[in-house]
Design a protein around this ligand. Structure first.
Ligand code: ADP
Length: 402
């Protein structure tokens, strides 16, 4: 064999080897590319799933009015909803610490301790003067704490209602105890004074009757107040002459005023018409005039219309001054003992009595009832006074459009 022949054979063998290797590499590459594609698809699928879960979490938590925080093991926020942002005054966001966002050491340490396995934790915290109940769930993976989810429920209103209910019960029992004790005493006195003169016994019986009247009035006013408060007393608005309404109420109270040496004056112009429930507004005027008579040793009580707007403290949320243009302000003014500045903001509360010790009777519900009735008409009621210099009660009622 000559050299040329050998070289040719070697070249052919080399080419065959190269071809076989090329084929093999191409096949390997194809399967590699297929693997890469598969991996890429799987990654995209996982990313889509993650994005979907995040969208779902976001949608779920955004429908909640409770602030929700997701934090990692270092208590850095990984997610929070709009309510959480609101609670933190816009500071809370992913990447910020819980402490920096909510500025509550209590909350931060509750989360810290919960993640360290502590179970018996305080659950109520105060943030920005509101009380929150903390619901917390620790997140873990393969036995390692990776973070926590917290939901903060604002329980301030619940707490206020609980306190109001306790106060209400305490007030009722106080109001019941006074006449009941008096009746008990009078009954015992009667029982042990069998020899007492008939007029003496009649006197005791009169006193018992007065106390029973007080109890009956209390029960009735409590019932009325609860009906008005729960909106179960519909206001039947009728065009009415304000002056005539006041006259009728004054006629009824005239004997009581005369006995106390007080004159009643109605200065409401006869052409003023209002759109009110006449029975309910008469009740308001009656409560105000009745109080005025009770707390005026002598002098006069005047009722008149006046150009005056309610102070902001008496306004209901959403009721602005413009809306009050359709209202007329009525004043009931007396020359009596007046009300101390510190008591003025509280006299419309149920059972609030400035003068328990003065023994004027009364349940402390009259003004609370008046306030509810006036507000059910969209109006306002408030008082101005200086102790010792009489009091003026104002109320606004809807005008009848001409
Ligand atoms: P009461 O049944 O005790 O009169 P109200 O709710 O009508 O209850 O009044 C609450 C309190 O407001 C009264 O106990 C009294 O201390 C005070 N008050 C109301 N009207 C007057 C007034 N015209 N002058 C002085 N104090 C008043």
């Amino acid at each position: 064999m000559d050299i040329a022949w050998l070289t040719a054979v070697a070249l052919v063998i080399a080419c065959v080897i190269l071809l076989v290797r090329y084929r093999l590499t191409a096949a390997e590459n194809r399967s590699l590319y297929a693997d890469i594609r598969e991996l890429r698809d799987a990654k995209q699928g996982l990313e889509d799933q993650l994005a979907e879960k995040q969208r779902l979490r976001s949608a779920l938590t955004e429908t909640m009015i409770d602030p929700v925080f997701f934090v990692d093991a270092a208590r850095i926020i990984t997610f929070c909803n709009s309510a959480a942002k609101l609670l933190s005054k816009g500071i809370a966001e992913s990447g910020r610490s819980l402490m920096e966002s909510v500025r509550s050491y209590e909350l931060d340490s509750i989360v810290d301790e919960a993640m360290r396995g502590q179970h018996d934790l305080p659950r109520e915290i105060t943030v920005n003067q509101r009380l929150y109940y903390v619901r917390l769930s620790v997140l873990a993976q393969a036995g390692v704490q990776t973070g926590a989810v917290l939901i903060l429920r604002d329980i301030s209103e619940l707490q206020r209602l609980g306190r109001a209910r306790r106060d209400f019960v305490a007030n009722i029992s106080h109001e019941l105890r006074t006449p009941l004790t008096a009746i008990r005493l009078l009954v015992d006195t009667l029982r042990f004074s069998v020899d007492a003169a008939p007029d003496q016994r009649a006197h005791y019986l009169d006193q018992i009757s007065t106390q029973v009247d007080t109890l009956t009035q209390l029960a009735q006013e409590m019932y009325d107040l609860s009906l008005i408060e729960s909106g179960q007393v519909p206001m039947r608005m009728v065009s009415s002459s304000l002056s005539e309404l006041a006259n009728r109420v004054m006629e009824r109270l005239k004997p009581q005023a005369e006995r106390a040496g007080i004159t009643l004056e109605n200065h409401i112009p006869v052409d003023v018409n209002v759109l009110v429930d006449p029975d309910q507004i008469s009740r308001v005027l009656s409560n105000l005039l009745h109080n005025a008579i009770k707390f005026t040793p002598d002098g006069r009580i005047r009722i008149f219309t006046v150009d005056r707007q309610p102070p902001s403290s008496s306004r209901l949320p959403g009721h602005d001054i413009a809306a009050q243009e359709d209202y007329i302000t009525v004043a009931v003014q007396d020359t009596g003992v007046g009300i101390a500045r510190s008591d003025l903001p509280r006299i419309f509360e149920r059972f609030y009595k400035v003068s328990r010790a003065r023994g004027h009777g009364g349940t402390g519900l009259g003004l609370a009832i008046a306030k509810h009735i006036v507000e059910a008409h969209g109006g306002h009621i408030w008082a101005e006074s200086q102790e010792g210099q009489g009091a003026t009660f104002y109320l606004t009622v809807p005008r009848e459009e001409q």
